[in-house]
Ligand binder design. Structure first.
Ligand code: LLP
Length: 421
């Protein structure tokens, strides 16, 4: 459930009409609902109770500092994959003890900054990384708490570009080799083993692959404990999918996911960490755009919007579906018509949807892309020198711009012409 609903025929974010935000901020813009973010975070936290747990929001899905502060104030931890994300979490007031650092390619500089600033744990993905971390921690006179990310060789049954748990993927170490790598970790100076980490992919719509992976983690926990390692935390990654369209079967709910975790891992007495991104942020955000032109093409009508693939890349990158709805709902009984919904960028890939059925729309009308809170603004670029879209946060009857639209001048100023040209 989200808080983007029609009132009197006009789409609102909580109690604010999107038409009002469009007048004040201009289009396109991303809009997030504080109540929806809060609700989704609480669903996870409740689903894991009474197990000791920490819900670490995957910042990569939506990294605006205001959103991180909102979640951090609720008690969320953060999952970061770069020092930039780490600094965002810190800027939002999240203490280091609630930040986990994931990713296959952490640099020594990143390790140094995180160790200085405080970190809950590094999720280590390879032996070379483990040795580098040991060196960096020792040189600083610090101890790095670690979990090792294991690759359970499980098929997540999701889009190939976002599946991470098969042996051919670049992530983690093969689970069969884990005892050997833990043995090495236990001997390295500056390293303290605290747990096991796993993340098998994103937008999973079935609990079974999770359960297979978690069962392997349960077995590994017993094996490692028998070998003398202290395993007190299990980081289960993120990946629970969301409904992108109302017509599809709904993916499992956090409560079912939590029950499955308790069933497979609850007896181990570990603190459970999870790293959800999309389920917290996805349906908490929309992208609002204005129709620039409608154009009659050969056997089809185009809806040309002021948003483009650089603002929301998921349709062109993953063939992803986002529901598109008019901000002012049609009068009852109005027939829909098929549109190819496109942006102004100069490539055919800049297509959001083909033959999408919408009520008749005209120049100046507003449309909203639903489920755009996750992997929307964060994946935007300035391709075609299009300024990054502003972000707006709504809470009840008020809203604030939480990232302003840069001017084209600001973009141009970042370039420089060398003296010798
Ligand atoms: N933890 C780790 C280690 C991850 O790599 C990811 C996502 C997550 C947690 C969060 O997964 P989530 O709960 O959001 O599914 N850009 C793609 C998604 C990439 C996901 C990458 N890793 C998309 O737009 O679908």
């Amino acid at each position: 459930m989200d808080h983007f609903l029609y009132r009197g025929g006009s789409l609102h974010a909580e109690d604010v009409a999107l038409t009002d935000i469009a007048i004040s901020v201009g289009t396109p813009f991303y809009c997030y609902s504080a109540a929806t973010l809060t609700r989704h975070y609480n669903l996870f936290s409740e689903a894991l109770s009474p197990l000791p747990h920490l819900v670490c929001f995957a910042i990569k899905s939506l990294s605006n500092i205001a959103v991180l502060k909102l979640l951090g104030d609720l008690g969320a931890g953060m999952d970061v994959v770069s020092i930039g994300e780490y600094m965002r979490a810190k800027a939002a007031g999240v203490p280091g003890e609630r930040i986990v650092f994931s990713g296959v390619g952490k640099t020594r500089d990143e390790m140094r900054i995180a160790l200085h600033g405080g970190i809950r744990q590094f999720n280590v993905e390879s032996e070379p990384e483990l040795r580098a971390l040991s060196e960096v921690a020792t040189s600083l006179g610090k101890t790095a708490p670690i979990a090792i990310r294991v690759n359970p060789d499980v098929d997540a049954r999701t889009h190939a570009k976002i599946a991470t748990g098969k042996s051919e993927n670049k992530f983690g170490i093969p689970i069969a080799r884990a005892p050997q790598v833990y043995a090495e970790a236990a001997k390295l100076p500056g390293i303290q083993v605290v747990g096991i980490d796993v993340h098998i992919g994103s937008q999973l719509t079935d609990l079974e692959p999770f359960e297979q992976a978690f069962q392997k983690v349960a077995e590994l926990t017993m094996t490692l404990r028998a070998q003398g390692h202290t395993i007190t935390r299990l980081d289960l990654g993120g990946g629970l999918g969301i409904p992108y369209t109302r017509s599809n079967d709904a993916p499992p709910l956090p409560i079912d996911y939590g029950a499955m975790i308790k069933r497979t891992l609850g007896h181990l007495g570990c603190e459970i960490e999870i790293e959800p991104g999309r389920l917290i942020s996805g349906n908490s955000g929309i992208l609002v755009s204005r129709v620039i032109y409608t154009k009659n093409g050969e056997g089809r009508d185009f809806l040309i919007l002021d948003a483009a693939m650089n603002d929301l890349v998921r349709p062109s990158m993953y063939d992803a579906w986002h529901d598109i709805v008019p901000v002012i709902g049609p009068a009852p009984g109005v027939e829909t018509q098929p549109y190819d919904v496109v942006g102004p960028v100069c490539e055919t890939g800049d297509t959001f949807a083909k033959a999408r059925h919408l009520p008749p729309l005209a120049e100046g009308d507003l449309v909203a892309f639903r489920s755009a809170g996750a992997y929307g603004a964060v994946m935007a670029s300035e391709y075609n020198t299009r300024p990054l879209v502003p972000e707006v946060l709504v809470s009840q009857d008020h809203f604030a711009v939480i990232r302003a639209r840069p001017s084209v001048d600001e973009i141009l100023k970042r370039d420089s012409i060398p003296e010798w040209l």
